[in-house]
Design a protein around this ligand. Structure first.
Ligand SMILES: CN1CCN(c2ccc(C(=O)Nc3n[nH]c4c3C=[N+](C(=O)[C@H](O)c3ccccc3)C4)cc2)CC1
Length: 316
């Protein structure tokens, strides 16, 4: 395929691991990806030598445009650059025939935003399903992934709970950065082709980004602050009830997100540091990790009570 050869030639060091599609078995859909479907699948091992490996397979519909083909390819190239426990790994690709596949590490817990909303304490009685220590652990995981991107001078541009996945829902869950679609679009420098401002994650962006198009690792720090707010609000939409346009005006005039209900003050103070108007005043991810580590050793924070959400009795 000329495009593939063209791009592969341009990125020789990124030679993608082409998998034998006959050893790939798609089992069921996991969710609707931005391109096609995302499936759970297995890479079949050699006959009775090794167990098959569970994977997630992103598919590119065969009828895709040239541009979508290149977008899909670029996403694989970007993900192939990273090898970190808090960034979803690329296993390989099937690009030499249709439908094209990107084969990724399988995370069975689903996305972080859905998890948070599902974990809201359902009743007043009984233990809450998540504790402050659980929330701090999720924040720590994503901060580690972001620190790796920062070290690699890679700007993600869309750090948000919706773009993170969990290995499982249980106590040993690990959160990982799993979607690089925004960085890919800018790399291909035609997110305007995709509908420009309308598609920008305004509520996760700092003023210098949505006003002047300036993006640095301090952009990701601001977004991480909003992700922290998503985690400690247990899955609220930021700036509830406000439109993107309102938020641009509000934030430009110095407005910021309110503290989530019962959020420990030191956590809200850290969020506010991430939202400093001057990008250089925002902490690095190394500094953020140091703060989070301190919080995880502070009994007063760990024992802080989380909001109790009341469930309206089901109207049968
Ligand atoms: C009761 N619940 C219902 C939901 N359920 C799920 C729902 C979705 C998934 C899922 O998509 N897992 C994925 N593993 N690896 C990748 C995935 C997606 N990827 C992608 O690249 C996707 O584009 C992506 C990226 C970021 C966020 C979402 C989707 C790579 C797993 C379990 C658990 C049980």
């Amino acid at each position: 395929n000329p495009n593939y050869d063209f791009v592969a030639a341009k990125y020789p060091e990124q030679q993608l691991n082409e998998l034998n599609r006959n050893r790939l078995e798609l089992v069921r859909a996991l969710g609707q990806g931005a391109f096609g479907e995302v499936y759970k699948g297995y890479i079949l091992g050699f006959p009775n030598m090794e167990r098959e490996m569970a994977v997630a397979v992103k598919t590119l519909p065969a009828y895709s445009t040239e541009a979508s083909e290149l977008d899909f390819l670029m996403e694989a190239v970007i993900m192939s650059k990273f090898n970190h426990p808090n960034i979803v790994k690329l296993v390989g690709v099937c690009f030499e025939s249709h439908p094209r596949y990107i084969v990724l590490e399988l995370l069975e817990g689903g996305d972080l935003k859905t998890f948070l909303r599902e974990m809201r304490p359902k009743t007043v009685m009984g233990d809450p399903l998540v504790r402050v220590s659980d929330l701090l652990s999720l924040a720590d995981d994503i901060a580690k992934g972001c620190q790796h991107l920062e070290e690699r001078h890679f700007i993600h541009r869309d750090i948000a709970a919706r773009n993170c996945l969990l290995t499982c829902k249980g106590k040993d869950r690990v959160a990982k950065i799993a979607d690089f679609g925004m960085a890919r679009d800018i790399y291909r420098s035609d997110y305007y082709r995709k509908g420009g401002k309308a598609l920008l994650p305004i509520k996760w962006m700092p003023p210098e980004a949505f006003l002047d198009g300036i993006f640095t690792s301090k952009t990701d720090v601001w977004s991480f602050g909003v992700l922290l707010w998503e985690i400690f609000s247990i899955g609220y939409m930021p700036y509830p009830g406000r439109t993107n346009h309102d938020v641009m005006q509000y934030v430009t005039n110095g407005g910021r997100l309110e503290p989530p209900e019962k959020c420990p003050k030191p956590l809200y103070d850290l969020m506010c540091e991430c939202w400093a108007t001057n990008p250089d005043s925002r902490p690095t991810f190394t500094e953020i990790l140091k703060e989070l580590k301190k919080f995880s050793q502070c009994p007063q924070i760990l024992t802080a009570e989380l909001p109790k959400f009341f469930m309206v009795p089901f109207q049968s």
